[in-house]
Design a protein around this ligand. Structure first.
Ligand SMILES: Nc1ncnc2c1ncn2[C@@H]1O[C@H](COP(=O)(O)OP(=O)(O)OP(=O)(O)O)[C@@H](O)[C@H]1O
Length: 523
């Protein structure tokens, strides 16, 4: 790096001090590089001098009557600021490139060096067009005076072709004239990596889980905080609430996301088959066992096993499952050998397991083993705010399947859906929308296209969850309050009458109806 000599010269507060000092430098035939002038102070940057030359110059400057003192300094103020700025520019995980109105490159940070495969020294002051070509948004923005966002550019460098994503802003002077452009550069591979990271985290993992009601947001928050650990998770909720979706989100958010994910519905197999499905069997262990069979636990080794409808597991298999959870070993049917497996269990149930334990239908010890991290997914009737979003989502999804171009649903249609009790939850809602799309002759769903499932009554037949395990006291109170208000509004069809029945003032009831989004019930 080139070296310089720098002086800081203190003077009396007089006009023309800088000129007098510069004259002395000139007389000593020293090459001046930069000057900074302040009240009572002048700083100069000059060619590198030896001690003799420095002393000569100092004496010459000190001979000026108004000069008080001189000291050597490391950097001028502008250099300090420039270095601070460059340190910041080099520390960001993005390329920063700037060029002036003549396309000369002025800033080119470390990240740019990696993307474009040029050293800063090779490009500073060079024509931008010779480095990244003529046809790129940076050049056109200097010409047009307009910035640009997230444009992909291709360029040639020493190592061949490269590509990156860039966003640029124009630099203007006081007269609004373009004097340059500054652009951020993102390496394409890094941008793709970023997308993958995002997909492996929150937004990506929850992208198929529609809804932003406080109730569903609470579940997402819990899922986020527990997915990274290896603890067993028990997902509880009525049928069709999205337990399977959440199980898959947990897997995608966990460190096991790239490992095997095996799902089994315990209710879908007859009792005698489920054991061989889960644990496998040895050849010849029973008639028909002509070859060895790998069980799902083995298949999920290193990854995640989703046990859906775990409440349906027969009691003898509950004991076997308990052993896996306690000791991490499995034994195939017909084998004497135990094999170690490393499997994270996510179990789901729409049954009230605690009640099953009380009735002797589910092993208590297994219940506590599974119930390490219980997550309760609320039924749709407790998050009716999500219905419009879900309706749009299903219209979009099912249009493609059915080959229609429905653009939405009218208000009355949505209101009817929000009044309904949804015993079949989101799955039932999806069916209702699919039926509606099939029936719809226009491009908007109306109440004429609305048919609810006949088998479901308007009263929920889902399980009532006990308070102690799934919800915080505040949530329980809110839930009960909301249910009582819904019931009263449906029964009395008037705020005044419902308020009287509930023993609260008219205003209190209206405020609460607003809080829970229930005013539509009386529209
Ligand atoms: N929040 C949601 N956003 C979008 N789709 C959802 C949502 N919740 C559920 N679904 C859809 O509803 C259907 C039922 O969901 P899922 O199978 O996850 O429910 P479940 O609780 O596991 O049901 P079951 O207890 O009957 O097995 C699926 O088609 C799923 O994609």
């Amino acid at each position: 790096m080139e070296k310089y000599s720098r002086f800081e010269i203190y003077t009396e507060d007089k006009m023309g001090m800088a000129l007098k000092i510069l004259e002395k430098i000139y007389n000593e035939k020293i090459d001046l590089k930069a000057v900074e002038v302040f009240p009572k102070k002048v700083c100069v940057k000059m060619e590198l001098m030896d001690d003799y030359a420095k002393t000569r110059l100092k004496n010459s400057i000190l001979s000026i009557k108004e000069v008080i003192s001189i000291r050597e300094i490391d950097l001028l103020y502008y250099e300090r600021n420039e270095r601070k700025l460059m340190a910041v520019i080099n520390s960001v995980d993005e390329g920063i490139l700037s060029a002036n109105e003549n396309f000369e490159i002025e800033i080119f940070n470390k990240y740019c060096e990696n993307v474009f495969k040029y050293n800063k020294e090779e490009v500073i002051g060079k024509d931008l067009r010779s480095i990244i070509g003529e046809n790129n948004p940076l050049v056109s923005s200097v010409k047009s005076g307009k910035g640009f966002d997230n444009v992909k550019i291709k360029f040639k460098n020493k190592k061949g072709e490269g590509h990156c994503i860039t966003t640029g802003r124009i630099i203007k002077d006081d007269d609004d004239k373009t004097i340059g452009v500054v652009a951020s550069i993102k390496d394409m591979d890094k941008a793709i990596e970023l997308v993958n990271i995002v997909q492996g985290t929150q937004e990506g993992a929850f992208k198929d889980i529609i809804g932003n009601s406080p109730a569903i947001e609470r579940v997402k928050k819990t899922v986020l905080s527990v997915s990274k650990s290896n603890s067993t998770i028990l997902l509880m909720g009525e049928s069709g609430t999205g337990k399977e979706l959440f199980a898959s989100a947990i897997k995608n958010l966990s460190d096991r996301k790239d490992k095997s994910y095996v799902a089994i519905n315990c209710a879908a197999f007859p009792e005698n088959l489920i054991e061989s499905e889960l644990f496998g069997y040895e050849k010849g262990s029973f008639t028909g066992a002509v070859s060895e069979k790998e069980g799902l636990f083995e298949r999920a080794d290193g990854g995640t096993l989703f046990l859906d409808e775990v409440g349906e597991l027969p009691l003898n298999l509950q004991a076997k499952l308990l052993r896996v959870l306690q000791e991490g070993v499995i034994r195939k049917i017909g084998s004497t050998k135990e094999t170690k497996v490393d499997v994270r269990i996510i179990a789901a149930t729409n049954k009230n397991l605690k009640e099953m334990v009380e009735k002797g239908l589910f092993r208590e010890d297994l219940y506590y083993r599974l119930n390490v991290v219980p997550i309760y997914i609320p039924p749709l009737r407790e998050r009716i705010e999500d219905i419009p979003l879900l309706v749009n989502f299903f219209i979009y999804k099912l249009n493609k399947k059915i080959g229609k171009k429905i653009s939405g649903a009218n208000i009355k249609f949505l209101e009817e859906l929000m009044k309904y009790d949804w015993p079949g939850n989101v799955r039932e809602l999806q069916n209702v929308i699919e039926r509606g799309i099939n029936l719809c002759e226009g491009n908007i769903l109306t109440t004429e296209n609305l048919i609810f499932d006949i088998k479901n009554s308007s009263k929920s037949n889902g399980p009532q969850y006990s308070v102690d395990i799934e919800l915080k006291l505040d949530d329980v109170v809110e839930k009960a309050e909301k249910e009582a208000i819904v019931k009263a509004l449906k029964k009395y069809k008037s705020f005044r009458k419902a308020a009287k029945a509930l023993g609260v003032s008219h205003t209190t009831l209206i405020n609460k109806a607003n809080k829970y989004n229930l005013k539509y019930l009386l529209d």
